[in-house]
Design a protein around this ligand. Structure first.
Ligand SMILES: *Cc1c(COP(=O)(O)O)cnc(C)c1O
Length: 354
């Protein structure tokens, strides 16, 4: 039996995707060759890359709207500097809602003036700031749509004419959203899209050539876009498996259908966190993430008892990030609802025993 996998990342993928990916490593589509030993310039792989880019645009409703999807390496962390390298001429605004935003700010400062428009650091990032003004002279405004570590999520986007740039690593493809509000968004694959090793960037083509500085080829969006993500050898396994997962998302009815399922899962878990007198949620209720639920035991002395119940039930990956402590249940697209039901049963068993 497989474990109930609540890992925050690298995270769970649908079992059929895992199965198809494993098959392709042995032999790609009856070709008598493995996916990982063929040329990335072969027709077979070019088709895979093209399909991955098309699916990313189709799922987000951005096909034919002047956007380009590219698959890069270096993780979301490289995007912290690439966004600034390519877009920050004078001044950029950042919403600081957690560790990842904080890191993005640090990198952007290497390239120009950075204004922290709002921050929730004062309360260990347990909420999403709401009252702030966005000055009109920014090259872009950067935000992190879902804060993987703290379990908060933007429910609405800031209203602004300033180009919006978003780190969507942990909630891409997770809910219906007007993606055209963004001028650029990026996501490291290993949370909700695929295995580690590639990062999806979707960028409005009108953003190319925005800055006067010279940009090294490997760090230029325009270069990667003009070469259809084949400027250098792409991470073939990560792109292929992400493509399979996007096919799976489409077969499930797309992002909107998955968004409804994700809401059912998170409602079930938060309902229990609020009902069960032994637990308390970490994040502000109105800002709670559908992807990563953070919660604590009110009495830390019950930790061993709860951990042992969870272990017996076959739950894995529930430990909270060290900067928050407690527990974090990551409920990405591929997590079946019965995993959440098992977790809720464990919480109720603890309550019954104590
Ligand atoms: C995990 C994560 C990152 C870091 O991703 P890497 O691919 O490890 O660089 C950045 N932002 C968010 C929101 C994340 O969840």
């Amino acid at each position: 039996m497989r474990l109930y996998n609540f890992s925050a990342g690298p995270s769970i993928l649908p079992k059929e995707v895992m199965h198809q990916a494993a098959e392709a490593v042995k032999e790609l589509d009856g070709s008598k060759l493995s996916l990982i030993e063929i040329s990335h310039r072969s027709k077979a792989f070019i088709n895979i890359m093209d399909e991955a880019c098309e699916l990313a645009l189709r799922l987000t409703g951005l096909e034919g709207k002047g956007y380009k999807a590219i698959f890069l390496q270096g993780g979301a962390s490289l995007q912290f500097l690439m966004t600034a390298y390519n877009l920050l001429e004078k001044k950029a605004g950042y919403l600081n809602t957690g560790t990842w935003s904080d890191k993005a700010i640090k990198e952007a400062k290497l390239f120009g003036e950075v204004i922290e428009i709002a921050s929730s650091k004062d309360q260990n990032y347990n909420y999403i700031p709401k009252d702030y003004t966005i000055s009109s002279d920014l090259d872009y405004l950067h935000l992190t749509t879902n804060n993987t570590i703290f379990g908060t999520q933007f429910k609405t986007l800031p209203e602004t004419d300033t180009p919006l740039v978003a780190d969507m690593s942990s909630d891409i493809f997770s809910r219906a959203f007007d993606y055209s509000k963004f001028d650029l968004f990026y996501a490291g694959a290993q949370k909700n899209m695929g295995p580690a090793g590639t990062t999806l960037v979707i960028i409005k083509e009108s953003l190319f050539g925005r800055v006067t500085r010279s940009i090294p080829s490997m760090l230029s969006y325009e270069v990667h876009a003009s070469k259809d993500s084949m400027f250098n050898t792409p991470p073939v396994f990560a792109v292929y498996t992400s493509m399979l997962n996007m096919r799976w998302i489409e077969s499930q009815g797309g992002i909107a259908a998955l968004g409804e399922k994700n809401a059912v899962k998170s409602t079930l878990l938060y309902g229990e966190i609020d009902r069960n007198s032994l637990f308390e949620g970490f994040a502000n209720k109105e800002d709670r993430s559908d992807m990563n639920a953070t919660f604590n035991l009110k009495n830390p002395e019950l930790t061993d008892a709860f951990d042992s119940i969870c272990q017996t039930a076959g739950i894995s990956g529930l430990k909270g990030h060290r900067s928050v402590g407690g527990y974090r249940a990551s409920m990405y697209n591929a997590l079946p609802i019965d995993s959440v039901e098992v977790l809720v049963d464990c919480m109720q068993l603890l309550e019954k025993n104590h």
